[in-house]
Design a protein around this ligand. Sequence first.
Ligand code: BDP
Length: 699
Amino acid sequence: MRRLIAAICFAIAAFASPVLAEDGYDLWLRYHPVEAAYAAQYKPHATAIIGGDTPILASAKSELKRGLDGLLAQDTPIVSQPVDGAIVLQTGDTNLPEDGFRIGAKTLDGHPVTVISARTDQGALYGAFRLLREIQTRAALTDISDAPKIKLRVIDHWDNLNGSVERGYAGTSIFDWWRLPDLVDPRLTDYARAEASIGVNGVVLNNVNAKADSLTAPYLQKTEAIAKVFRPWGIKVYLSARWTAPIELGGLKTADPLDPAVQAWWNAKADEIYALIPDFGGFLVKANSEGEPGPGDYGRNHAQGANMLAAALKPHGGIVMWRAFVYSEHDANDRAKQAYNEFKPVEGQFADNVLLQIKNGAIDFQPREPFHPLFGAMPKTNEMLEVQITKEYLGQGTHLVYQGPLYEETLKADTYAEGKGSTVAKIIDGALDHHALTGMAGVSNVGDDRNWTGHDFSQADWYAFGRLAWDPDASSRDIATDWVKMTFSDDPAFVKPVVDMMMASRETAANYMTPLGLAHQMATGHHYGPGPWVCDLARPEWNPCYYAKADAKGIGFDRTKTGSDALAQYAPAAAKQWADPKRMDERYLLWFHHLPWDYKVKSGRTLWNELVTDYDIGAKQAAQMQQTWAAMKPYVDPERFAAVSANLSIQAREAKWWRDASIAYFQSKSGLPLPTGIAPPEHDLDYYKSLQFPYAPGH
Ligand code: BDP
């Protein structure tokens, strides 16, 4: 009997536990019941749902029902006539900006209701998600009005047609190209819901290193099947276009953008696409970069290339996102200068439906880079920002590195292009130069892993991307706070330490991988783990040694006048902040300066001692995250708790590996002793050099 009672008590306790097993599939849209007292406040304002029947409004209503039913533990009816306390979706409010919304109390036919008013259906959908977020984060009931500051909020999938994902660390592609269009994975609807919930309104389906096959009739049918799933969630599909498609598919002899036959081929291709997908978004293009073909192969410049595609899309309302990520093995210039050198001369020549898509920094998604010098340098061009959500250079699938602060750092960076306050955010939201066509893109970290992103905390990068693309002035801490509450728990004893850990994590990673402004010290190809010693690759700028330039005397890349003078590509007031090593933010020190090992940094240490100390701090901070998380056990379901714990132990181990391998290598150059109190690397340099990872993912 006693046993039975104990078993019953155990069963009740387990059932009542707020921490039932979860697998992360629901992301930040879990809609678990809120506390009774909070629910009681809300229930009178959420008695029913009313709204029109267009596909997008139907999505909004179904999401509201799903959310309210879960959060308030009720069965919310969808009704057609106003009743007291209904939530009403109203569209056509021409006073509101496109896709904006207002949420507030009103009286309708004598009934007190909450109205989500919007100009467009999409605005109403965003309002619905916003209302749910308010409840999820336990916000007080108040009037809200909001609108996206950026027009195109786009996720770029680097997904290949064979199902693999370039730089993907969360399984294989969610797009099953082989079985589409017949089999459409229901998961794609949940994917679209997640994107819509953070305001994303465009998805590029295939890798920028594109195959022409995506543009063939069978593959366009497959794309159309995906578009059908995305449309009710306000999401347009885009494709990466392969420059030489007219040759590969059309049998033409050339892909010269000035050739009438080439133009005719693209015009016909655009007509074919729009006949099938009338709201097709347009093309993303990687041209003349890392071996991809482009207009440069025919002696034409980027504007001539982009404009040819833009002309084909224009009659249908489509746009071109032309990537600025270019560098060439034939160019002996500092790689950080090459994109600016290629694009600045064609300023003013791009068609109005072209956006130049510029990575946050001039090299490649490093743990820290100064903002790209092209921001603000081309005021007549529509400039959009590209960030990487997937963590190619930030610990890939296993490190907890919240990128919100990285994105925020770029967005808040002042280019001084038109005086103080010319932030990257103001450039990409169009405010500075009055552009209407604006955009921000993020390279996806989503795969077919059950929790979408591999690491549970990598969901936060996806979430933060969406929120910052909606409002580039938002705070990454506020975003992390919302995400933590929605994804795990709103208990302050959980939220505070976890948000603090997230906010510090990017600095931690920069410390154990690339402190003091070092960059690109990762191993070759897969970019997994350290490889600072690599110096024998065909192209100079593929080698980590190119970036650190460490020798017996010192370390760092001189980008001042005495070196590559990349500094001169920035507006003088921006350049000034990095010109003097004595007066700059030392987190960028070695990005801009080559300095002797005995150079004194602000802490009073020598550069050598500081470098070693930073690696050491980074490794310790990574280990510390394990303790922070261990204390969070009572607040998290066992499945996610264990998964995050496992990843944190991998991270602590790999942070130490980064520390040890880097110190061993740089000590082989400096020949200097370690500062007192700093433990020597566990192994010798040859050991670290010998490690091989042929099966590292994402490559
Ligand atoms: C680099 C990646 C490479 C991409 C390239 C790009 O290593 O896989 O193709 O960027 O952005 O970060 O095109």
